[in-house]
Design a binder for this molecule. Structure first.
Ligand SMILES: Cc1cc2nc3c(=O)[nH]c(=O)nc-3n(C[C@H](O)[C@H](O)[C@H](O)COP(=O)(O)OP(=O)(O)OC[C@H]3O[C@@H](n4cnc5c(N)ncnc54)[C@H](O)[C@@H]3O)c2cc1C
Length: 450
């Protein structure tokens, strides 16, 4: 007779004093109450957890950094398989590679790689999980120079579903299970299996230059227009972001990171410096780790009531679209509401849209609509604002980045994956035919839609 599998690892249940802390994610507005949270300590714990939930037919979700906008890493009355205790990083300096366990967050990744004078291009907030970020693509302040995070991925180790009730360890890279590897570079977290480790190629890094330019509300239109016509086309070593804040705050802030000297950056910034009447301009040369800390905004790491959504800009916004953004920000539900944008192209667009599952290779800009609020009764108004904004800009935008998921997007398969959705379903069918890994907006296998 087959021995019944047991859950192993650090298991937290509702009667434990640390349940509340173990349960919550970065977004507090979608509360979920799992019956068990299994903090796996190694790949064997992950295999046991997957076999256990399959045997018991328990709902489950996979979790790492807890930053899913829609809390797709949580489930009510089911099991959360959490890999965040598995966060060891081993660096091979000679090969310039690192094997990073899937529970590491970006803060740890940046800190430890920096000790060897290395990095990977990844996101800005230190508490975001490297695994969720990489599986969806991964954009950040080195994207235009070194590509997306997933473009630097060499291999994943994963626990997949095998047979009717089993679980098995798999590796995927460009030679082994290459279709699964293709799907893992932009296909989004939670779809194919539970990633336990990722191996990346590293880049040497030392000093970089950073800048910040702030304009007042009266320069909204000229500042945005100048930035959009400059940021995706300037020197590839320079990646920048633009924050369009609510009228109540009344600021437009461009910031960025340049892998080069402050002197050279100053020249590159000329078109922005000459636009409107900036209220503040500064440029600094700093050790790379200081730049990482500069872009790591503390409020993003603290759990809060939030709603976020997003889209890509493939053609520069005409004036009508700029005026729409301005009108929404003039009527924002609160002062924290904003539109955030990041410049793309450069190394990101040197990869064809079908070369990995990340489809929007030719976009100029990735953008996010975001708001946070304090009292639960403010939720409807905030969500409505985000959704109205998304719809109002949709004639001028394309799709949405799968790492900025929005449960209100009806045609999410094409919004997240464009023409890559079909192949993603084929890969899903091969590696997870029974749709073991599913959540709202997960990729369905071809024969079965749950
Ligand atoms: C404050 C904030 C800042 C952000 N900044 C950036 C940024 O700079 N650049 C950027 O590209 N994105 C950014 N994002 C988006 C971020 O990339 C996604 O939210 C990402 O999915 C987070 O991954 P996670 O591991 O932290 O989250 P989780 O909630 O743990 O997981 C996210 C998704 O991945 C799945 N998943 C988790 N662990 C695993 C695993 N081991 N194997 C398989 N699937 C798994 C989950 O089931 C879920 O569907 C930001 C998000 C927030 C909230």
């Amino acid at each position: 007779m087959l021995k019944k599998v047991k859950l192993t690892g650090r298991i937290v249940t509702p009667s434990d004093p640390d349940y509340e802390q173990a349960r919550i994610n970065n977004n507090l507005s979608i509360a979920k109450f799992p019956s068990k949270i299994v903090f796996c300590q190694n790949a064997k714990d992950v295999v046991n957890a997957l076999r256990w939930v399959r045997e018991k037919n328990e709902p489950f979700r996979i979790r790492s950094g807890r930053h899913s906008y829609e809390n797709y890493s949580l489930v009510n009355e089911g099991v959360v398989i959490d890999v965040s205790d598995m966060n060891h990083i081993s660096i091979n300096v000679a090969d310039m590679t690192a094997r990073i366990e899937a529970g590491a967050d970006l803060g740890k990744v940046y800190r430890e790689l920096w000790e060897s004078g290395m990095t990977i291009p990844a996101g800005t907030e230190s508490s975001v999980g490297v695994v969720g970020l990489t599986l969806g693509g991964g954009i950040g302040m080195l994207s235009r120079q070194f590509g997306l995070t997933c473009d630097n991925l060499l291999e994943i180790e994963m626990v997949g579903a095998s047979g009717h009730l089993g679980a098995e360890l798999l590796k995927a890279n460009n030679h082994l299970n290459s279709d699964l590897f293709w799907a893992s570079c932009g296909g989004g977290g939670g779809n194919f299996g539970i990633v336990t480790a990722l191996t990346f190629k590293l880049h040497a890094i030392s000093d970089v230059s950073i800048f910040s330019i702030t304009w007042g509300w009266e320069d909204f239109e000229v500042a945005f227009d100048a930035w959009q016509k400059w940021a995706p086309y300037t020197d590839e070593r320079l990646t920048s972001q633009l924050e369009l804040k609510s009228k109540e705050v009344g600021e437009i802030v461009a910031q960025g990171e340049f892998v080069g000297s402050a002197h050279e950056l100053k020249k590159l910034l000329r078109p922005l410096r000459k636009t409107g009447s900036p209220t503040s301009v500064w440029i600094k040369e700093v050790p790379y780790i200081k730049a990482v800390r500069f872009f790591d905004v503390p409020s993003g790491n603290v759990p809060a009531l939030r709603k976020r959504s997003g889209s890509f800009i493939e053609k520069p916004f005409p004036h009508a679209a700029i005026r729409r953004m301005k009108a929404f920000l003039a009527n924002a539900p609160n002062r924290n509401a904003e539109i955030w944008q990041q410049s793309l192209r450069g190394a990101v667009s040197q990869v064809a849209p079908n070369r990995s599952a990340y489809f929007y290779r030719n976009a100029l800009i990735a953008q996010e609509y975001l708001t946070t609020w304090e009292k639960p009764q403010e939720e409807n108004q905030n969500i409505q604002w985000i959704e109205d904004l998304r719809r109002a800009l949709s004639p001028y935008t394309a799709g949405d980045y799968v790492n900025f998921p929005d449960h209100y997007i009806k045609d999410w398969p094409s919004a997240y994956y464009g023409r890559n959705f079909r192949r993603l379903r084929e890969v899903k069918t091969k590696y997870d035919p029974f749709n073991v890994f599913h959540f709202p907006q997960s990729i369905p296998p071809v024969r079965k839609w749950i």
